[in-house]
Design a protein around this ligand. Structure first.
Ligand SMILES: [Zn+2]
Length: 397
């Protein structure tokens, strides 16, 4: 912590105190207490970390996890930056009603923001609990990950990253950047934006990474990103095939609910048409692979239709909900996203199908079958369709 109370109840901030001699005298003459739990805390003046307060090792305070140098430095940097650009900002403000202490508390134009600079992995349920706490007071939580946390998967494929469940939980949404995650590196003093998160598998994603010097930014962050084309379709279809083959290999066929449904409907998992399992906006909400949820959408509401039949969006949505309810489709836990994007995702999938000529959009939101579709008969046909589809989607994006 960078703040504590003295025995007289005076708040001590360590943000600007660099003078070790002064801090040593302060430490000699005062005791310090945690503003949250009132336990006595220790003023630590070391050579490695910046000066900070720390709970004793037997503390039960929820705020007593040891803080890393990155965390302390990040808090100081963000605080100074917000002050510098003219904001009212408080560090480690204790919000009594919800018993939480955001790293930074910011007011702007009548809105309140809680900034959490998170460097160590924490449980999903804690991210959720703390975010809901802020939402309950009409405070907008902004979570920033510490360091440069995203693992680049392969050097040869652009825009490919790997995210852990912990990192996924920090997904936020806005119009410019789609689903995105912020991080900040105190070492480089740069804010990193990972935008347009597009899951290939549970962990592997296509995304666009950009970074900006903290000093050049305004708050709240507003990155005007062009919607660039980030998807390598050759790689997409390669991964999709791998995923299906692995599933067939390891899922003990009929015990796997998805595969058994595919076989039951006289389809072959390797001969699904390429438009089942394509990247579409908002699909981040699904933890389940796009092959599965798009297959179910198709099977439950589209396959039986003939050319000219109307596709009922409400019906698709209902079927989708049913599949979620019985566990066939799993949604991703993203506590910072308060909007239900299921309709958006389904609509965008239909838009893609209509772009590919499989269905037709008569007016916004109203689709009909363009032609009866037959599934490919062999691998060569699948590959031919994939090449065609990649070309079309490449032009689209
Ligand atoms: Zn405490």
């Amino acid at each position: 912590m960078l703040t504590a109370l003295t025995e007289e109840g005076k708040m001590v901030h360590l943000i600007y105190s660099k003078n070790i001699k002064y801090l040593s005298i302060l430490r000699k003459n005062h005791s310090f207490y945690c503003p949250q739990c009132q336990e006595e805390v220790i003023l630590k003046i070391g050579k490695i970390k910046i000066p900070h307060f720390s709970h004793k090792s037997n503390s039960t305070c929820t705020n007593s996890e040891p803080e890393s140098e990155v965390h302390l430095q990040g808090k100081v940097d963000l605080y100074k930056w917000l002050k510098h650009i003219g904001f009212s900002v408080e560090i480690e403000k204790y919000l009594m009603e919800i018993r939480q202490r955001p790293d930074l508390f910011v007011r702007k134009n009548g809105k309140e923001y809680a900034i959490e600079f998170q460097c160590s992995p924490i449980q999903y349920k804690d991210i959720k609990r703390r975010s809901l706490g802020y939402f309950s007071l009409n405070i907008i939580p902004i979570w920033i990950l510490g360091g440069e946390p995203y693992q680049k998967k392969f050097q040869l494929i652009n825009n490919l990253f790997q995210l852990s469940d912990f990192q996924w939980a920090f997904t936020q949404y806005n119009r410019q950047n789609g689903m995105h995650i912020y991080s900040y590196s105190p070492k480089t003093k740069r804010v990193i934006l990972l935008s347009q998160l597009t899951p290939i598998t549970t962990r592997k994603i296509f995304a666009y990474q950009s970074d900006y010097p903290l000093s050049s930014l305004d708050f709240p962050f507003d990155f005007a990103n062009d919607q660039l084309s980030i998807i390598d379709y050759d790689f997409w279809f390669y991964e999709k095939k791998n995923w299906i083959q692995n599933k067939m290999l390891f899922a003990k066929n009929l015990n796997d609910p998805f595969l058994s449904e595919v076989y039951h409907n006289k389809h072959s998992p390797l001969l699904l048409p390429p438009f089942i399992g394509i990247p579409v906006p908002f699909m981040t909400i699904c933890k389940t692979n796009s092959v599965i949820w798009q297959y179910y959408l198709w099977l439950d509401g589209i396959e039986s239709l003939s050319a000219g039949d109307k596709i009922n969006l409400m019906n698709l949505r209902r079927n989708f909900e049913k599949r979620v309810k019985n566990g066939c489709i799993k949604l991703r836990d993203m506590p910072l996203i308060q909007i239900d994007f299921k309709n958006h995702m389904i609509y965008h999938y239909l838009k893609h199908l209509s772009f590919l000529g499989i269905i037709k959009e008569l007016e916004k939101g109203s689709f009909i079958m363009n032609k009866s579709n037959s599934f490919p008969n062999n691998i060569e046909e699948v590959q031919r369709m994939e090449v065609e589809l990649s070309k079309k989607l490449d032009i689209k994006s």
